[in-house]
Design a protein around this ligand. Structure first.
Ligand SMILES: [Zn+2]
Length: 320
């Protein structure tokens, strides 16, 4: 391993797993590790295992070659203090001072950010946003999150909570969202929303290929199954995906008018539905955006590595 490269330790903590890597300036993950987050056991237990995994990862690495650590975490983070305030998937991690804990452990500068915010940075430095300083990143999976890069800087807002794209209201009287509000983009265009919309149709007795894919067990309806049925040509599934994509297009239109991005990057599991999703989104944005705006809507390039590479970008760049 070349020691002339600047190396960054990078950690992505999700509700199910954590991932750890040593990244270089080009965004190559030179060493990687992972483990279970086990949120039910509390942060101390997981942090202990993460520290052990870091020690193992750094063995044989010249101490001076690692310039810092970046941490991406699924939750609300205060960027200045690096405290994880709350996380729906890591409830027991309430008020965990991640920056302080790892700076003390490693004697290295540590930066912490929301995983979707950091994914925007990762795509900016290493992925689908390379070459543009005005980017909107949206992850569409179980929920919807995102990040806004404007003029090459990450938009953080006054408390660091900017970019909660999923909780923009799309329908005043829409379905209930996990955040307590109703009609949020997340409640109308996420993977969870796709499954719910399909379930509504199936419980009204509509015939669909989805039923065969789940052997008639409605508890097994997921966005993945719905997308699979839509791909196979099932009209009910196609209508559901089209509805969710149209809602997403309305959300993107709002964001294009507010932030005037050059590129909108769609990532997350649902974005892998390809043209089934992108075509209606592009169409809605084209129809609803004022004529002088111009925007490209493209798929994310970094896949599951977006959190790790985003955390690396946070340390390597000057985004804050
Ligand atoms: Zn919401």
């Amino acid at each position: 391993m070349s020691q002339s490269n600047q190396l960054v330790l990078t950690l992505d903590i999700g509700g199910t797993h954590f991932r750890l890597a040593l990244a270089d300036e080009k965004g190559q993950l030179l060493r990687q590790g992972k483990g279970d987050s086990r949120p039910e056991s509390g942060p101390e237990e997981a942090l202990g295992r993460i520290k052990e995994a870091i020690a193992e990862m750094l063995s044989g690495i010249e101490p001076g070659s690692v310039s810092g650590m970046g941490i991406a975490v699924a939750g609300l983070v205060t960027p200045t203090t690096g405290v994880l305030l709350t996380s729906p998937n890591l409830l027991s991690w309430y008020n965990t001072p991640l920056k302080e804990i790892f700076e003390h452990e490693l004697q290295l500068p540590v930066l912490v950010g929301n995983d979707a915010n950091l994914a925007a940075l990762g795509e900016h430095r290493f992925g689908a946003g390379v070459g543009s300083d005005d980017i909107l990143y949206i992850t569409v999976s179980t929920g919807i999150g995102g990040g806004v890069i404007s003029g090459g800087k990450l938009l953080t807002g006054s408390s660091g909570f900017a970019g909660e794209i999923g909780h923009m209201t799309i329908d005043l009287n829409g379905p209930k969202c996990n955040c307590g509000n109703v009609g949020c983009l997340e409640a109308m265009a996420s993977g969870t929303a796709i499954a719910r919309l399909a379930l509504e149709k199936l419980s009204h007795g509509e015939a669909s290929a989805i039923t065969d894919l789940i052997d008639g067990d409605l508890a097994r309806v997921t966005a993945k199954v719905v997308v699979e049925a839509a791909r196979s040509g099932d009209p009910v599934a196609q209508e559901v995906v089209h509805t969710a994509a149209t809602n997403l297009g309305v959300g993107v239109t709002n964001l294009v008018h507010i932030f005037n991005p050059e590129i909108v990057i769609l990532g997350g599991g649902v974005s892998q539905s390809g043209e089934l999703l992108f075509e209606p989104v592009r169409q809605v944005v084209a129809e609803r955006t004022m004529p002088d705006y111009s925007v490209r809507i493209v798929p994310a390039a970094l896949g599951d590595d977006c959190g790790l590479l985003g955390a690396a970008a946070l340390v390597l760049g000057e985004y804050l």
